[in-house]
Design a protein around this ligand. Structure first.
Ligand code: FES
Length: 113
């Protein structure tokens, strides 16, 4: 019998949020937002489907897969922006939460000058 709980990789997430660092584990098949909630860390979120950018974060170490992150342009994803509600870890991660304003500025700031 295959033990599926053993088969899925688990990563350690270190998140900076409101001036504190929080660590929690996240399975490869679990969104980072979901894992944070399961660990009792209430990160900002709203639509939970990759559109509104409320959950935006900057990944400073590690990488995520986020095929449903419609709210972030691909070049900004490459810079490290991630939507945690649709981001699955592919390595241990270090991230800064609460990057909605920074992401907005990066995506749309040029149109407002
Ligand atoms: S909560 Fe809306 S994009 Fe993540």
């Amino acid at each position: 019998m295959v033990d599926t709980a053993q088969a899925v990789a688990t990563y350690t997430i270190t998140a900076e949020f409101e001036g504190d660092r929080h660590s929690f584990s996240c399975r490869a098949d679990q969104t980072v937002l979901n894992a944070a909630e399961a660990a009792g860390l209430a990160l900002p979120s709203s639509c939970c489907s990759g559109v509104c950018t409320t959950c935006a974060a900057m990944i400073t170490e590690g990488s995520v897969e986020q095929p449903d992150a419609m709210g972030v342009k691909s070049d900004l994803q490459e810079q490290g922006y991630a939507l945690l509600c649709v981001a699955f870890p592919r390595a241990d991660l270090t991230l800064k939460a609460c990057q909605e304003d920074a992401l907005y500025e990066a995506q749309f700031g040029q149109y407002q000058k």
